[in-house]
Design a protein around this ligand. Structure first.
Ligand SMILES: O=P(O)(O)OC[C@H]1O[C@@H](O)[C@H](O)[C@@H](O)[C@@H]1O
Length: 348
């Protein structure tokens, strides 16, 4: 059995926005100035300011929306749309895709991108504002890229930022600044969300919110007995399939969560750091909540999405059951790491 990753002891809250000041300057390319995605010739401007040849480039994605493409020396890649700061792809060195984008996903900003790993903030929902808040529905600005650590083993990364605007204030009129960094590591995809309360430290008020990284993972066929989520046994969950607005509490009394018979929409409370999604091909995806997150959401829409539900299951890193409260001037940091594991040789 692969050793279960322990929840990392919380690191000191980073200064915000965070820069990797401890890293070697060799091929580092943190660029301080930011550029908004509405700028003329967005892609050219992004490449001019932030590209790191061979590691981080910017190009138009579907619908001509700007994306960051991270490329690791080992051949793995990841694509991030600035719209919603949505990671839509993580490919292995073999070329295999880990994430799933639904066939009905829109790439025209009329709605959030339906797939990949969308960000839910400042509300998971259902609740007072639109489902999943606004982070998925807005353009984030690029504030830095890097590919440092070890020149022989660069870890390409892009950091984006979201500040309040008219659209977000209409839903949530709070003082915040969010940064989101996606790092393509040798064998992991790391996603780190930081939310700073920008109210005056001495006299300002606290802010509170719920959040999630809503990761869609491709599976062979969710009805296949080899597709299941492991790591939630004994945990209490809110069963949103019974009533999304007032979900009853239940306990996961079997070892694994299976799909294919009915809609699965559950918020597992106070979960262990790691949940494994066995994808049915001899591999499992480890979703490791390394910092910040308290809960894990498991979702498969069943025949509500007839054309695609068999092809994915969502394992979502979440802070839902208890709102996150951030004191004025402070930062909340949450981190998720995805890893692909060979189930057979690791006996998980
Ligand atoms: O907004 P999307 O990507 O279509 O996902 C919707 C689903 O997102 C999940 O996080 C919720 O638990 C579900 O209740 C919801 O139906």
């Amino acid at each position: 059995m692969r050793a279960n990753g322990a929840r990392a002891s919380p690191r000191a809250a980073p200064t915000h926005p965070r820069h990797k000041k401890h890293r070697a300057p060799s091929i580092r390319a943190i660029r301080a100035s930011a550029i908004g995605p509405s700028a003329k010739s967005t892609i050219d401007a992004l490449n001019e300011k932030f590209a790191i040849p061979g590691s981080v480039t910017f190009e138009n994605g579907r619908g001509d929306l700007p994306t960051a493409l991270l490329t690791h020396k080992n051949g793995s890649t990841s694509r991030v749309y600035l719209f919603g700061a949505t990671v839509t792809s993580w490919t292995q060195p073999s070329g295999d895709e880990v994430l799933y984008v639904r066939p009905d996903a829109a790439f025209d900003k009329t709605k959030p991108i339906g797939g990949g790993a969308p960000l839910c903030f400042p509300q998971f929902g259902p609740g007072a504002m639109q489902q999943h808040g606004f982070a998925r529905n807005v353009d984030w600005e690029v504030i830095g890229t890097s590919a440092d650590v070890n020149p022989d083993d660069p870890e390409p990364a892009v950091m984006m930022r979201l500040k309040p605007n008219e659209y977000t204030r209409a839903m949530w009129d709070e003082a915040f600044e969010a940064t989101y960094e996606v790092t393509l590591r040798r064998e992991k995809l790391k996603m780190e969300l930081c939310v700073k309360n920008t109210n005056e430290e001495t006299s300002g008020k606290a802010i509170d919110f719920t959040a999630a990284i809503h990761t869609y993972i491709e599976v062979t066929d969710c009805a296949n007995a080899g597709v299941f989520a492991r790591g939630l046994s004994g945990k209490t969950y809110l069963d949103k399939n019974v009533d999304a607005n007032d979900p009853p509490k239940k306990v996961q009394d079997s070892r694994d969560v299976f799909f294919g018979l009915d809609l699965v929409d559950r918020v597992y409370l106070d979960t262990e750091p790691e949940t494994l999604l066995h994808v049915g091909s001899g591999a499992a995806v480890s979703v490791e909540n390394t910092a910040g997150w308290t809960d894990t959401v498991i979702w498969n829409p069943h025949t509500n999405m007839k054309e695609c539900y068999k092809n994915f299951c969502c394992v979502e890193s979440a802070a839902v059951s208890r709102p996150v409260v951030v004191a004025p001037g402070k930062v909340w940091r949450a981190e998720t790491n995805l890893t692909v594991i060979d189930v057979v040789s690791n006996d998980v």
